[in-house]
Design a protein. Structure first.
Lengths: 124, 428
């Protein structure tokens, strides 16, 4: 499983998760992958599931590139959008709209601890 | 997967357990009102959250939900005499009123006032929408009466049934929020069951067995949106509601009545699966009610005089391999309700979730567990009121709708997901 932070605000969340022990899950930032095509290809080729983490209203231009790469290699994708009390409906809708074409599962969570729980539930 | 301690926490609902404490904050459906049809009718044994209770109506018609056992020697008061505003133990004649207060001890000296010191545990029991609801929590935290829409429509617009399910409540709940099983387990009867057939949505279900899901936290629980391809690039959305802890509403099909469930723990290895159907603006047609009574749709035919399904684990759910081969049913079990019950009960009374292998399409289940765990923790540690108690959380609806591809169901179907007075559900 590969876990990718799609925007700047989700990077510390994923970075924090990367410091824990997992059953093989690997963690990236979109910025790292889109600047290194070989690394992106290798990451996705080795994945059975790619989890992309975004924050509502965050700037995530890489989602199409990563999503398309997953689609070409028929890798399952899950998008996780983290909201907080200040998230506006417009910001959430915009992020949902951007992620939707590339995700087979989308989750809108009100707390960032859901990401860890989901990864544990999936034996990441 | 869940760790063992998490699985235990979610599945144990007896007195003193954290999940039991959470369940005790809600009004829970306990009996059909018809089970206590008249004043001084026979009492009914009720086991709820592992507590053994007795439901009864006194001479004035007042409902009582009291400890099943006499405080004297522990005899079941089910054998008691319901007479003159009280329930009298058949053993030594101790008599209790509908609040559980002992009012007579005929075996004691006439001047004794000992009975004033004896009171059985008792809980509020109220009728609403043809259902008797109980509240087992602290009196000072008793919430407003249930506001579920099916319970507020006129009696001729709803049908409610219940059946015994021989599994822990969480297995039953997780089945109800797992939308992807519909295209498999239930595919044989989508177009033949009288309470499902004729909906354009059925064809979308059957044509696209790989729905795309969106799981969104709602104020009371979750919206679980399942997206399938429709015509001209549009999407067919089915949005299921889960409201904490144990209510689900299934998206509607065409003009059929809308349905849903409660899954109420009897103890840790059994639950009541409550099933309701209703329409907002019209009476249920006689043939619809007849179908529901016959166990069609989400309802189940039970052994006469009981709430145990005729098809059950002792007869392998009347498995029909020939019908399975012919494609009439996917699993060989007939009826939506028993198809669900058979697979859920087959997992054992309490499934060991440390062994499961969830996939990303199980995010509805993962999120429901997450919210339950988070809410239990917040309630126990910080006295935070759990979701689903606010009447606004209960005034919710499911929906089925075709939307353009760029519209999130959460926004486009926003008004469809809450009760709209004098308007039916949005449906395809």
């Amino acid at each position: 499983m590969k876990v990718i932070a799609l925007d700047a605000r989700s990077e510390p969340v994923v970075d924090d998760l990367a410091r824990r022990r997992w059953n093989g899950a690997a963690f990236f930032t979109a910025a790292d992958l889109v600047s290194d095509a070989k690394r992106l290809r290798e990451a996705i080729d080795a994945a059975d599931l790619v989890v992309m983490v975004a924050t509502a209203g965050g700037h995530s231009p890489a989602v199409a590139l990563i999503g398309e790469a997953c689609s070409r290699r028929r890798v399952t994708t899950t998008g996780l959008i983290v909201c907080d009390e200040e998230t506006s409906d417009e910001a959430l809708s915009e992020t949902l709209g951007r992620l939707r074409p590339w995700m087979l599962m989308l989750v809108v969570a009100n707390s960032r601890d859901y990401i860890e729980n989901m990864l544990l539930a999936l034996r990441a | 997967m869940l760790r063992k301690e998490q699985n235990d926490l979610l599945t144990h609902t007896g007195p003193g357990t954290p999940m039991g404490q959470l369940f005790r904050r809600y009004w829970l459906p306990v009996l059909l009102a018809e089970e206590l049809p008249e004043h001084e009718c026979p009492p009914v044994r009720v086991k709820l959250l592992s507590e053994r209770l007795l439901a009864w109506r006194d001479t004035q018609g007042r409902y009582g939900l009291t400890d099943e056992f006499c405080a004297h020697r522990g005899v079941s008061l089910w054998f008691g005499r319901n007479e003159d505003n009280g329930l009298r133990c058949a053993y030594h004649g101790w008599k209790y009123d509908h609040t559980g207060q002992c009012v007579e001890m005929p075996s004691e000296p006439a001047e004794s006032r000992f009975c004033e010191k004896i009171k059985l545990a008792s809980y509020p029991l109220v009728e609403r929408g043809g259902v008797l609801w109980a509240y087992l929590g602290p009196p000072e935290l008793q919430p407003p009466l249930p506001e579920w829409e099916f319970a507020t429509v006129p009696a001729d617009r709803r049908f409610v049934s219940k059946r015994l399910q021989e599994s822990n409540w969480l297995q039953a709940l997780e089945g109800a929020i797992d939308s992807s099983h519909v295209s498999f387990l239930h595919r044989g009867e989508l177009n033949t069951d009288p309470l499902f057939k004729g909906s354009r949505g059925n064809q979308y279900n059957l044509d696209d067995a790989r729905p795309v899901f969106e799981v969104v936290e709602s104020p009371g629980g979750l919206y679980i949106g399942a997206r399938r391809n429709a015509e001209q690039g549009n999407y067919y959305w089915r949005v299921t509601q889960w409201v904490m802890p144990c209510f689900t509403m299934i998206p509607p099909r065409a003009d059929h009545p809308v349905h849903g469930h409660f899954f109420v723990p009897i103890d840790d290895e059994q639950c009541w699966t409550w099933s309701f159907d209703y329409k907002v603006m019209r009476s249920l047609a006689p043939q619809e009610v007849q179908s529901m009574r016959a166990g069609k749709g989400i309802h189940v035919a039970c052994a006469p005089g009981t709430f145990r399904p005729l098809a059950n684990k002792d007869n392998d759910y009347l498995m029909d391999r020939a019908a399975q081969k012919r494609g009439e049913t996917f699993s060989g079990v007939h009826g939506f309700g028993m198809q669900d019950a058979s697979v859920q009960e087959s997992m054992g009374p309490v499934v060991d979730r440390t062994k499961e292998n969830l996939v990303s399409t199980d995010n509805g289940i993962i999120m429901a567990r997450h919210r339950l765990l988070r809410s239990v923790r917040a309630m126990v540690e910080n006295d935070v009121t759990p979701p689903g108690l606010d009447p606004a959380h209960q005034r919710c609806r499911s929906a089925s709708v075709v939307l353009p591809p760029d519209q999130p169901f959460k926004d486009a179907a926003k008004s469809a997901l809450v009760v709209q007075d004098n308007r039916e559900h949005i449906t395809v």
